[in-house]
Unconditional design. Structure first.
Length: 632
C-alpha cells in the first residue's frame, strides 16, 4: 500500500458491549496496520425520543465518502430503518468496498458473519432436551435487524422440531436495549398466561433486566423459570446467577472486517471465513456454574469499575456545574478544554455550524457536507488552537497528517436541531466511558443555553432601545432624552458650563395632514428630524418631544451659537425642500436658550424657557402671515 488507507465506520451506541468488542478488534488492527479509522457514531434509539434521534442521526450526514477507501457498516446497531437505508444507499452510490456484520441482504457488501442461527438452535435445544422445557417465551430484537430475525427463526425451527407450539402472545419484540427485558416481563405479567418454563432472550442486555424484573415479582431463576441470553457479555458472565449465553468472537469479527477491506483495496483474492459461536451453559438454566473462576479477581475488577464510574460521574458533575455558570462562549470553551485535558486523548476538536447561534428562522436544522463550519476549540496534546472557517465536506477542521489514527465523530444537537459535532482522536473515552453520551448532551445543552442567552440579550437591547428611541424618527423619545440629558445637565451645573437648549416646532403640520394625509405628515416629520440630526455637534443630543416638537441639548455652548444653529437648520430645510419637491414647504419655528444653569434650575425649567421663545417666534410668523393677507 502506498498512501494511508482511510476506513469509515457507521455505528450507534458506542458504549454497549457488542459494539465495544467489535470496535476493539477494528482499532487493534488499525494500529497494527497503520490505517486511519473514523467512526461516525450516534446514540439514537436510546432515550425513547424521535425528535432527539433526528439530531443524533444527523451525524451520519457528515461522512464525506470521497475521503475514504472502504466502509465498515455496523448498521445492525441502528434501529431506524430509514436512517439505515440512507447510509447504505450513500455507500452504494460511492461504489466503495464495504463490509456488514451478520447481514446477507446486500450482495454488494461483504458479510462478516458469525453463525448466530446454529448457536441459537443449540441453545433452545439444550433448554428443551436437557431441562425438559415445554412452554417457552421469546424476547426478540427488532425485525429491522437481520441478526434478530435469524435468532427468532432459529427459535421457531427448534420449537417445530420438538412439536412445541409457538404462541405469538409469548413473543415480545424489543430493540435489543436493556429496558426491553423489563418491558417484556411486565407485558407477560399483564397477559394472564401461565408461567413459561423458560424465557429465551435474543441478547444479554434484555436477559439481565428480565432476570432482575422476574426476581422483583418473586420468581427465582432458574428454580422457577429458566432465562438465557446471547453474547456472553461481561455483565452476563458475572451476574448472579451467571447467565447462560452464547459466546461470539466479536473482536475477531472487527479485525476480520479490516483485513477483508485491505485485501480488496490491495487487489488480493477475497477470502471470507464464517465464524462459529458457542453456547455457554451455566447457572441461569440450571447447569453447573460457568461463572467467575477467580472470585477475588472479579471483586477487584468490579471495585475498579465502581471507582472509575464514581470518579467519572464526579468529573461530569463538575463539568455540568461549571458549564451552568458560563454566560459566554469563551468561558464555555475554557470549561470544555479543562475537561478534555483529563479524559486521555491526543486530540479534540469542537466543530460547530457557523450559524449555530442564529435564530431558528434564520438557519437550517440539518447539517450536511455543504454546511459552513467553525472550530472554536481544538485541543492537541495540550496546545489549544482554533479554525475560524472550514466546510463540512472536509470533516476535520485540520487534516490528519499521520497514519494509525482512530477518530470518533459525536453529534451535538438540541432536540432535532444540529449544532455540530466533536471529534476525539486517539482516545478511548467514547468506548470505555459510559459518560461520553452525557458529555455530548452537556455540551449541546450548554451551547443551546448560550444561543438563547444571546437572543434574550439582543431582545433586551432592542426593548431598551425602543424604550428610549422614537420609532418614527430614530431619535430619542422624551424618556430617552430626559434619561440622558439630565445627567449631562447636572454635570454642566456642577462645572458651571454654558449650555444651549433649543426647542423646535414644525410649521403647518395640520395643513399637511388635512390636505395630504397623515402618511405625508409622518414623512414631513421624518425629514425635519433628519435635518435636525445633520445640524448636531458631537456633544449634542436630539429628541422628538411630542408630535411635531423636537428638543436639542447642546452640552457646550458659546454666545452666538443659537443664531448659527438656526442658520444651519434653515439652510438644510431649504435644501431638503428643493430635493423632495412636495406641494407644501417644510419649515420650523425655533427657540434657543444659552446660559450657565443655576443651582436652583432644572432641565425641564430651561426646556420651558426655550419652548416659550419658540412660541414667540411661531406667534410672530402667524401675525406676519395675517398682516400679509390683510394687505392683499
Amino acid at each position: 500500500m502506498g498512501k494511508t488507507v482511510n476506513l469509515a465506520v457507521f455505528v450507534a451506541g458506542l458504549d454497549e458491549e457488542y459494539q465495544n468488542n467489535i470496535i476493539t478488534g477494528i482499532n487493534d488492527f488499525a494500529k497494527r496496520s497503520k490505517i486511519n479509522v473514523t467512526y461516525f457514531a450516534a446514540y439514537g434509539g436510546m432515550l425513547d425520543s424521535k425528535v432527539f434521534d433526528i439530531g443524533e442521526y444527523s451525524m451520519y450526514d457528515v461522512a464525506n465518502l470521497e475521503y475514504f477507501d472502504g466502509v465498515i457498516l455496523m448498521t445492525n446497531t441502528i434501529n431506524d430503518v430509514r436512517v439505515k437505508e440512507r447510509i447504505i444507499n450513500n455507500v452504494k452510490t460511492a461504489k466503495l468496498p464495504a463490509v456488514v456484520f451478520d447481514c446477507a441482504d446486500y450482495p454488494e457488501f461483504i458479510n462478516i458473519s458469525i453463525d448466530n442461527s446454529a448457536a441459537m438452535r443449540n441453545m433452545v435445544r439444550h433448554v428443551i432436551q436437557e431441562h425438559g422445557a415445554k412452554i417457552l417465551n421469546y424476547i426478540s430484537g427488532p425485525m429491522s435487524n437481520p441478526e434478530a430475525v435469524d435468532r427468532l427463526n432459529a427459535f421457531r425451527e427448534v420449537m417445530a422440531e420438538n412439536n412445541l407450539p409457538v404462541e405469538e402472545g409469548r413473543i415480545f419484540y424489543g430493540e435489543f436495549r436493556p429496558y426491553d427485558g423489563k418491558a417484556a416481563i411486565e407485558q407477560y405479567m399483564e397477559s394472564g398466561l401461565a408461567l413459561p418454563d423458560a424465557f429465551i432472550c435474543a441478547n444479554d442486555a434484555m436477559a439481565l433486566t428480565a432476570v432482575s424484573t422476574l426476581e422483583k415479582y418473586g420468581f427465582c431463576v432458574p428454580l422457577d423459570v429458566i432465562v438465557t441470553g446471547f453474547d456472553n457479555t461481561y455483565s452476563a458472565r458475572n451476574y448472579c446467577p451467571a447467565l447462560t449465553s452464547v459466546k461470539r468472537p466479536l473482536d475477531r469479527a472487527g479485525s476480520e472486517a479490516c483485513r477483508v477491506l485491505l485485501d480488496i483495496i490491495d487487489g488480493k483474492e477475497l477470502e471470507v471465513e464464517r465464524m462459529e459461536a458457542e453456547c455457554v451453559f451455566t447457572e441461569s438454566c440450571g447447569c453447573n456454574s460457568g461463572g467467575v473462576s477467580e472470585f477475588s479477581e472479579y471483586r477487584k475488577r468490579t471495585y475498579n469499575k465502581i471507582e472509575d464510574s464514581n470518579d467519572n460521574i464526579h468529573k461530569l458533575n463538575i463539568l455540568s456545574a461549571r458549564l451552568a455558570e458560563t454566560e459566554n462562549t469563551d468561558d464555555t470553551f475554557a470549561v470544555i478544554r479543562d475537561f478534555i485535558a483529563d479524559i486521555g486523548c491526543e486530540r479534540f476538536a469542537l466543530c460547530l455550524k457557523e450559524d449555530w447561534q442564529d435564530a431558528f428562522a434564520n438557519t437550517s436544522a440539518n447539517i450536511c457536507l455543504e454546511s459552513d463550519m467553525t472550530a472554536p476549540l481544538i485541543w492537541d496534546k495540550g496546545e489549544t488552537t482554533c479554525v475560524e472557517y472550514f466546510t463540512c465536506r472536509s470533516m476535520y477542521p485540520e487534516p490528519l497528517e499521520t497514519a494509525g489514527n482512530v477518530s470518533y465523530f459525536i453529534p451535538l444537537h438540541f432536540k432535532e436541531r444540529a449544532l455540530g459535532y466533536f471529534i476525539i482522536t486517539n482516545g478511548d473515552f467514547p468506548i470505555t466511558n459510559l459518560l461520553c453520551h452525557s458529555f455530548a448532551m452537556d455540551i449541546s445543552n450548554s451551547l443551546e443555553n448560550l444561543r438563547k442567552l444571546s437572543h434574550i440579550n439582543k431582545a433586551m437591547e432592542e426593548l431598551n432601545r425602543l424604550y428610549v428611541i422614537d420609532p418614527l424618527c430614530n431619535v430619542y423619545n422624551r424618556n430617552g432624552f430626559i434619561k440622558l440629558a439630565d445627567d449631562m445637565f447636572r454635570t454642566s451645573v456642577s462645572q458651571k458650563r454654558k449650555i444651549m437648549l433649543t426647542f423646535i416646532d414644525m410649521d403647518g403640520l395640520k395643513f399637511i395632514n388635512d390636505n395630504f394625509g397623515h402618511n405625508e405628515g409622518d414623512f414631513a416629520i421624518q425629514r425635519l428630524a433628519d435635518v435636525i440630526k445633520e445640524c448636531l455637534k458631537s456633544d449634542s443630543i436630539c429628541a422628538r418631544f411630542g408630535g411635531d416638537e423636537f428638543v436639542v441639548f447642546h452640552q457646550r455652548a458659546s454666545d452666538g451659537d443659537e443664531a448659527a444653529f438656526e442658520r444651519r437648520l434653515n439652510t438644510k430645510i431649504d435644501s431638503i425642500n428643493s430635493i423632495i419637491c412636495k406641494p407644501y414647504t417644510l419649515s420650523a419655528s425655533v427657540g434657543s436658550v444659552i446660559k450657565v444653569p443655576g443651582e436652583d434650575e432644572t432641565l425641564y425649567s430651561i426646556i420651558k424657557q426655550a419652548d416659550a421663545l419658540m412660541y414667540e417666534v411661531k406667534k410672530a410668523k402667524k401675525n406676519s402671515r395675517a398682516g400679509t393677507e390683510e394687505k392683499k
